[in-house]
Design a binder for this molecule. Structure first.
Ligand SMILES: Cc1cc2nc3c(=O)[nH]c(=O)nc-3n(C[C@H](O)[C@H](O)[C@H](O)COP(=O)(O)OP(=O)(O)OC[C@H]3O[C@@H](n4cnc5c(N)ncnc54)[C@H](O)[C@@H]3O)c2cc1C
Length: 503
């Protein structure tokens, strides 16, 4: 055991998946870790808490998809059992039920993405529209998550990508744009084509079971972060809520020596930022040392998206066919999801009434409405999907507004996003918007980047073992062959054609 006075000090800023991931690993490796979290609880966008009336609420419901290998490994290590079994989901439009998804891993495995196309049960979308997606397969082969691929596709919008590859208007409107609204939180004309291909490949297309999902049987805050923070503290780490960082102290050797947090200074041998884009921009606005660097100045070019999380308690039991549901076509540029919490959360299993979470992404137009205006809109939308909601009475509700909360993968944003290493020798970045080559998204990516940042600290400070990071599952053989052929053709054309056209 290293004596406290000899331990190297690491300050982690931000207590979401990324910050907790970095803190846990470094604390286990014997570092003196202090995690500073601005909010009243750790968890970041996934935090959960109780209302004054004692009811659990959270900043939106979070799914854990089949390829979240590192998070599932962490859950095993923590020896907790927070999840439901794999669930089926549905998709609604104002016309009613549109799509039902099976549990893909239970069906005979077909080469990707055949199973996804054949087993998904579309209620209305004609076959001819579905077939118009075929030419798009080329872009999936061409986009291999490399830096070059991101640069080729990032300045194109998702809408242009689908248009250029001949996707039908109906397939775009009824399938791809809804996926973007709930996957990247923005409509197609506002999403980078690179992010679109990366996200669709990871969550849906790479392997047949990838779209299978589990949910927490309560808030993620209660079921995962509480026991996790206990483990971090047991390993010697300090997790300090209500500590907002405003600046970094830098010495003449290009090293951070501490962070400033109100009146306090936390000395550090290394610093990890694990803060979302909006939080990072706020820190930069109060930090002369970060403002002096181009890479941090450039973060002013990045943006984030408004989200609204509502929870409604109804006076009666309503039969809801699937526990998780995605909806589109209600507001042109807003996607929303609703969840049957009686089916998902232990706490609500025996409620006499129905408890629904309804979350709205790219919810700009709703954010300034009062709760009294929002609740009837949500009830009306729910009743459009499942008519029994019309007669039910809302007996309690919670509305959580999350302005500029989630990463906006806007066209052209890749050039300004940061990798884990910064121009400071001992300052590292993590979070779901940080550039890495792992291939995961959302919570899994945030956690993986936290581990990657921890590994950079270990290699910089030279003590402890790096965290094992599980790679995403390998591409299937036909995808590998397609990618290798495509790369060969690309190299040959590069050698014979002039470098003349836009990439
Ligand atoms: C409604 C909603 C639904 C979602 N659904 C899913 C889903 O189903 N599946 C999925 O995988 N992902 C989902 N996501 C995305 C997921 O929540 C994020 O990808 C992930 O939580 C990001 O984690 P993070 O650690 O990068 O950042 P964050 O969770 O944003 O954590 C950053 C932390 O930094 C803190 N901070 C900010 N400024 C400072 C400062 N100056 N000093 C100290 N601390 C600071 C913040 O308070 C915050 O706690 C959803 C997000 C939302 C909002």
């Amino acid at each position: 055991m290293v004596e406290a006075s000899q331990q190297k000090r690491v300050v982690v800023v931000g207590g979401g998946w990324a910050g907790l991931g970095a803190s846990y690993h470094l604390a286990k490796q014997g570092y003196d870790v202090t995690l500073l979290e601005a909010g009243p609880y750790p968890g970041g966008l996934v935090a959960g808490w109780k209302t004054p009336g004692g009811k659990s609420v959270e900043a939106g419901i979070h799914g854990f998809w089949y390829p979240y290998r590192n998070i599932f490994a962490l859950i095993n290590e923590l020896d907790i059992n927070p999840f439901t079994t794999w669930t089926r989901s549905a998709q609604y439009s104002p016309a009613g039920l549109e799509v039902e998804s099976p549990i893909f891993q239970e069906l005979p495995q077909l080469p990707a993405p055949l199973g996804t196309f054949l087993y998904t049960h579309f209620q209305r979308l004609p076959l001819i529209d579905r077939l118009s997606a075929l030419p798009l397969l080329y872009s999936l082969i061409d986009f291999d998550n490399s830096d070059a691929a991101w640069r080729r596709y990032d300045s194109v919008t998702a809408r242009e990508l689908f248009k250029d590859f001949g996707v039908s208007a109906r397939l775009y409107r009824d399938a791809f744009e809804p996926m973007l609204l709930v996957g990247l939180f923005a409509p197609g004309e506002q999403c980078s084509a690179a992010a679109t291909l990366g996200m669709l490949y990871y969550f849906i297309l790479a392997h047949q079971p990838n779209f299978d999902v589990v949910w927490c049987r309560g808030t993620v805050g209660e079921k995962i972060f509480r026991p996790w923070v206990e483990k971090i503290e047991k390993a010697g780490g300090k997790v300090l809520a209500k500590h907002r960082v405003t600046d970094v102290i830098v010495d003449d050797n290009n090293r951070a020596t501490g962070v400033i947090c109100g009146e306090q200074v936390f000395e550090a041998d290394a610093v990890i930022f694990a803060v979302g884009i909006t939080g990072m921009k706020k820190i930069i606005s109060s930090s002369p040392s970060l403002q002096s660097r181009k890479e941090f100045q450039n973060l002013g070019n990045l943006g984030a998206i408004d989200v609204l999380a509502t929870r409604l308690w109804f006076d009666r039991k309503i039969d809801i066919p699937h526990p998780s549901n995605a909806c589109f076509g209600f507001d042109t540029t807003t996607g929303w999801t609703f969840f049957d919490l009686n089916a998902l959360h232990d706490e609500y299993q025996d409620e006499p009434g129905t408890v629904i979470e309804a979350d709205f992404y790219h919810a700009n137009q709703f954010l300034n409405l009062s709760d009294a205006e929002i609740i009837p809109i949500v009830q009306n939308y729910l009743a459009t999907c499942i008519p029994a909601f019309k007669q039910a009475k809302v007996i309690d509700s919670s509305v959580i507004r999350l302005p500029n909360a989630v990463t906006h993968f806007a066209p052209g944003s890749y050039q300004y996003m940061l990798p884990a290493r910064t121009s400071f020798a001992n300052v590292f970045m993590s979070g779901d918007w940080i550039i890495n080559r792992h291939g995961s998204w959302s919570q899994e990516k945030a956690y993986v980047t936290g581990l990657e940042a921890a590994n950079f600290v270990i290699s910089y400070l030279g003590e402890g073992q790096p965290a094992e990071i599980l790679p995403v599952q390998e591409d299937e053989v036909h995808i590998k062959i397609g990618r290798s052929l495509n790369e060969t053709v690309r190299q040959i054309s590069k050698s014979i054609l002039p470098d003349f056209w836009l990439p």
